[in-house]
Design a protein around this ligand. Structure first.
Ligand SMILES: C[S@@+](CC[C@H](N)C(=O)[O-])C[C@H]1O[C@@H](n2cnc3c(N)ncnc32)[C@H](O)[C@@H]1O
Length: 275
């Protein structure tokens, strides 16, 4: 078979999924929403699970590199739940915050369900004045604390100042628990990949956000990875519970997300108090 014949045969017999993949790689292909989503998906192959198995998960914000330790067996053996690895939605959130610097600069930030602490560390590097890194699991809080110490060894000079004990703390906080968290007057609450109703009920998270959004100008910024549930849509459930508490949930347009670190099944939401 000649090369020309082979090319013609490939064009007519390519599996639809493979064809879609190659079309998506072709930047000249249609710019329809579907094609854009597909392109994002293909692009995400480069980062989405790239370091998920690594002992230390590397991250760069504003050109500053750091890494956090992961415990691979933490979820399987139940010692850490889901909090011992970095989830893709955390990266989408970090890169969104990096692209929109005014969201964090000079702000007091609380991170809920922080896991490894990667989003807290990134917030400090992105100019938050105070960061309170929290998780409900004791083992995960210890991991985040040890990651803080690890990051301090990686950084030098002025950047290291962001991690002094007055500026950066790690605490156990179980959503909705009566605690001092509500009195902290945090201006920004960040939450990466914690809307996971199969594992964690949504109501305590919404309650926690309601209790922590004390000022009318404070905002909760969540990254949400959509997973399929036959009975209901987690976003609708979250919105329903938030509305009952007088909160407004807005999905941020994809154009405001980092063009590389964004994909159609991970969304960014802003939650504020309705006027
Ligand atoms: C899927 S992990 C996300 C971790 C991290 N934010 C990330 O994106 O890499 C969910 C986290 O929420 C924490 N979590 C679950 N339910 C919680 C609750 N009721 N109170 C506080 N933390 C909770 C878990 O311990 C876990 O660290």
């Amino acid at each position: 078979m000649s090369e020309q014949e082979e090319t013609a045969e490939f064009a007519t017999t390519t599996h639809p999924t493979a064809k879609a993949f190659f079309d998506a790689l072709d930047t000249r292909s249609s710019s329809s929403r579907q094609s854009l989503n597909l392109r994002r998906r293909v692009q995400s192959l480069g980062w989405r699970n790239r370091h998920s198995q690594a002992k230390y998960y590397p991250c760069t914000v504003n050109g500053i590199g750091f890494s956090v330790k992961q415990v691979q067996r933490g979820e399987v053996d139940g010692t850490y739940g889901t909090g011992a690895t970095v989830w893709p939605a955390a990266l989408v959130l970090i890169k969104y915050l990096e692209r929109n610097p005014s969201l964090l600069q000079g702000k007091k930030v609380a991170d809920l369900g922080s896991g490894t602490g990667i989003t807290s560390v990134a917030s400090a590097l992105l100019g938050a004045s105070i960061v309170i890194c929290t998780d409900g699991e004791d083992s995960v809080v210890q991991l985040a604390e040890s990651n803080l110490q690890h990051v301090k060894q990686e950084l030098t000079g002025d950047v290291l100042q962001s991690f002094s004990s007055e500026k950066f703390s790690v605490q156990r906080y179980w959503w909705g628990d009566d605690s001092m968290m509500g009195h902290q007057d945090c201006e920004v609450i960040i939450v990466a990949d914690c809307v996971l109703p199969k594992l964690y009920p949504i109501a305590p998270l919404v309650q926690a956000i309601d209790e922590l959004l004390v000022s009318p100008t404070s905002v909760a910024i969540l990254s949400y990875e959509h997973r399929y549930y036959p009975d209901y849509h987690p976003r609708s459930k979250f919105e329903e519970l938030a509305t009952q508490r007088g909160l407004l949930v807005e999905q941020i347009s994809g154009t405001k997300l980092d063009p590389v670190y964004s994909v159609d099944d991970i969304e960014i939401w802003h939650v504020t108090r309705r006027e």
